[in-house]
Structure formats: structure tokens, C-alpha cells
Design a protein around this ligand. Sequence first.
Ligand code: CU
Length: 146
Amino acid sequence: MKTILSAAFGLALLAVPALAHDGISIQDPYVRAMGASAKSGAVFFTIENHSDQPDRLIGASTDVSDKAELHTHKMDDKGMMQMLEVKEGFEIPAGGTHKLARGGDHVMLFGLNKTLGEGDNVHVTLTFEHAGEVEFDAPVDNNRMK
Ligand SMILES: [Cu+2]
């Protein structure tokens, strides 16, 4: 048993360099804009933390919005879904992931300064407590459900 465990542990250590990322990487991002004349939208993605310490997403901005806030959905006492700003941000555990998805955590965009069409790219800058700024492009996909 002990041999099997240490063999598995050895493999796990070997697998780490293959990921080849230090710190934070962003997977599978997309943007949703509500309607053709939408003044707001949301960005979804998965955050991977490849470092050995926890990190925290604490801010966001984009090239198409006046403002971007970290939001989540919560059920209120009447059973209605409500959106609220999460001032403390989202923690990503060491070696773990945090998914922003419809019906849950998201980056909310306010004051869209242009009409976003299907497939348009939005340039997103995220600010992390430890990793600092991480930039990526996210395509608009209004048909995606998750
Ligand atoms: Cu929101």
C-alpha cells in the first residue's frame, strides 16, 4: 500500500511541470450581452491557479464597458434569484479552480460603449491579489447555456 501511494505521489509531482503555467490561467472564456441594445453584459470563464498559494480575483475591466464588477447570484428569502456585488472577490485555492458560470459567479459589465455582436472579442483584464493583472480575449456567445 505504501509503495502504491508513494508511486502515485511521484507521478503527481512529475505531472506538474507539464502544465507549464505559473500562477493563474484562464480557460474557456465567453461574454454574454443581453439583447442588441444591451447596456450590460457578463463574462464567464474558469480560473486555474497553478501556484502553491491561494489567490483571489479582486477586480476586472474590459475595453467595451465603463465598469466591470464581480457579481454572484443568490436566492433571496422569497425564492427569487438576485445578483449582488462580491466586494471581497473570489478565492481560487492553491492548485485549484474557480468557475464563473451562468446562474453563479460572473463578471458583470455595465455601460457597454458599443453594440456587441455574436463572435466579437472583448478584451478583459482581471486583477488578482498575487498574480496581478491577467489579460485575455473573450468571444461573445449569446447562445451558450453554460
Ligand atoms: Cu451581475
